[in-house]
Design a binder for this molecule. Structure first.
Ligand code: UDP
Length: 323
């Protein structure tokens, strides 16, 4: 943030944040955290993958204003803004397979509009980037200085390249226009408000287990992921925005497991009678993924706290109410 805008927010009692994708899984949790920490939040969403249910509890809250808009269009906002959090994007593999052009547009044009807003308002800007920028990684665990291994023309290319472009544009605004920017690379995250049918492994396995249907493990289930509970992730992202680093920072849980182990954990945690059904592995599905979080530990004093068993209990409870 420039000196001028720091001075402005110092005199203003309530910081003003803009959250794009505010009706999404992460955007809505972020909005709740910001309001609880005293922010006024202007949430923007076009409901392509977000849901009004995720923000319904904020109706009538004097610290929240909602604008239904596609952020690839010019964002016009009156009044000051201190922080822009750019979270709008389809984010599950089946969503971006169905919406490849929207995914590319929100990562490129949407990031451009959100950065333009931050520049105009002299606000800090944070882009929700992703572990997908590492592609099917040849370095393991992934550190922020790894450049990645992405198939540009594969089915995930629309998401991976949109986010890589978004990071590049963010750095260009930082270098060219001195916008105070932050880049968070988000690894697999789970928790309440994920969509039941978004195709990601957590809602897929939990809903199958709760219905005693077979859990669809792709490939032989030997690919690995590391799952971070949503409250841990949002805390790390908040700390990153409030830090003074413009370098990318991985936020995720380094506790890695195979998808098959994860399926068994879900069966145990739900007390389900489901068995496992092996299905073909989707193209370009990364074989391994685990964040190196040394940078987050050093710069933000952050590391995840919620154990998988505890996070799963809360998430399963949420999905029981949805099935
Ligand atoms: N996966 C699976 N069964 C499902 C959904 C996903 O085995 O019903 C696997 C998927 O192939 C991937 C991992 O679980 O290896 C995580 O998938 P997800 O879609 O949650 O996100 P990704 O980490 O691939 O972006």
């Amino acid at each position: 943030m420039s000196r001028k805008s720091s001075a402005k927010s110092a005199v203003r009692k309530q910081p003003r944040s803009v959250v794009t994708g505010a009706a999404g899984f992460l955007g809505s949790h972020l909005t709740d955290l910001l309001i609880s920490r005293g922010h006024f939040v202007i949430g923007i969403d076009n409901f392509v993958t977000g849901s009004v249910d995720n923000i319904a509890h904020l109706g009538g809250n004097p610290s929240f204003k909602f604008i239904q808009q596609d952020v690839t269009e010019f964002i016009f906002l009156e009044g000051p803004v201190d922080y822009v959090w750019h979270f709008a994007s389809p984010a599950s593999p089946i969503d971006y397979l169905e919406l490849p052009i929207q995914t590319l547009k929100v990562g490129s044009l949407g990031t451009h509009k959100a950065l333009g807003l931050a520049k105009l308002k002299e606000a800090r800007f944070l882009i929700a980037s992703t572990s997908e920028i590492y592609g099917d990684p040849l370095q393991h665990p992934q550190r922020e200085d790894y450049w990645g291994n992405v198939n540009t023309i594969g089915p995930r290319g629309c998401y991976d390249e949109a986010k890589r472009f978004a990071e590049a544009l963010t750095m260009a605004y930082h270098r060219e226009h001195a916008v105070a920017t932050r880049i968070v690379r988000i690894f697999n995250t789970y928790g309440p408000r994920m969509r039941l049918h978004d195709g990601r492994v957590v809602p897929a396995f939990i809903s199958q287990a709760l219905k005693n249907q077979p859990l669809t493990v792709f490939g032989e289930g030997q690919q690995t992921r590391s799952f971070c509970y949503v409250s841990d992730l949002i805390e790390g992202i908040y700390r990153l925005m409030m830090s003074n680093t413009s370098e990318p920072v991985n936020i995720g849980n380094p506790s890695e497991m195979t998808v098959l182990e994860f399926a068994r954990d879900i069966i145990r945690a739900t007390g389900s009678k489901s068995r496992i059904a092996f299905k073909p592995l989707p193209q370009d599905d990364p074989r391994q993924r685990q964040p190196n979080i040394d940078r987050a530990r050093q710069i933000l004093g952050w590391e995840p706290k919620v154990k998988l068993a505890e996070g799963l209990t809360r998430t399963i409870e949420y999905f029981r109410g949805k099935i």
